[in-house]
Ligand binder design. Structure first.
Ligand SMILES: Nc1ncnc2c1ncn2[C@@H]1O[C@H](COP(=O)(O)OP(=O)(O)OP(=O)(O)O)[C@@H](O)[C@H]1O
Ligand SMILES: [Mg+2]
Length: 157
């Protein structure tokens, strides 16, 4: 396991960090985004999707829980399971996502689906310091996520 800590002082800086981070994504990465409401988790996900030139595409699941972004080469799933219980993740359309080992998965409020996903994942904890300042605590749990963490630290320098 590796750990690191970064700070951003504006929404734009978080978007720029996400865009730089996106360059390291090849497919198959899993990123958990934790932190309170308004911490910047969705800003970070949208920054990645935009940087990769992905377009949002309709999914069968309830649209607020699972959004799919894609282009010819890349498929990204943005999950937000706020207030969902673990027993409620079945029959919501996650099966297709779980079977695609090349998809990039970014999950806000990930606990209900955590045990269905591989353990090699990057955990990002967004801490609300002030109106525009966020501390990002990173922890990685395997070969793929260790590399991601290192890349994120390099681009943030
Ligand atoms: N440094 C920063 N990084 C990201 N967002 C910031 C920053 N400073 C201010 N903001 C603002 O904070 C808000 C973050 O909202 P966002 O929807 O990303 O939160 P969230 O963590 O996804 O919350 P939720 O749990 O409700 O989904 C936005 O309004 C954004 O403009
Ligand atoms: Mg959000």
């Amino acid at each position: 396991m590796k750990r690191a800590q970064l700070q951003t002082t504006s929404r734009e800086q978080t978007l720029a960090l996400a865009a730089a981070f996106a360059q390291a994504l090849k497919g198959g990465e899993i990123i958990f985004l934790r932190g309170p409401i308004g911490a910047g988790k969705t800003v970070f996900v949208k920054g990645i999707a935009r940087a990769l030139g992905l377009k949002s595409s309709p999914t069968s699941a309830s649209f607020s829980l699972l959004k799919e972004y894609k282009n010819k080469h890349t498929r990204l799933f943005h999950i937000d399971l706020f207030r969902l219980e673990a027993g409620e993740v079945f029959n919501l359309g996650f099966e297709e996502m779980l079977e695609d080992e090349h998809a990039i998965i970014l999950a806000e409020w990930p606990d209900p689906i955590a045990r269905l996903l591989p353990t090699d994942r990057l955990e990002m904890n967004f801490i609300l310091e002030s109106k525009d300042t966020r501390t990002l605590e990173l922890a990685s749990f395997g070969r793929i996520s260790d590399q991601l963490l290192e890349h994120l630290c390099q681009v943030a320098r």
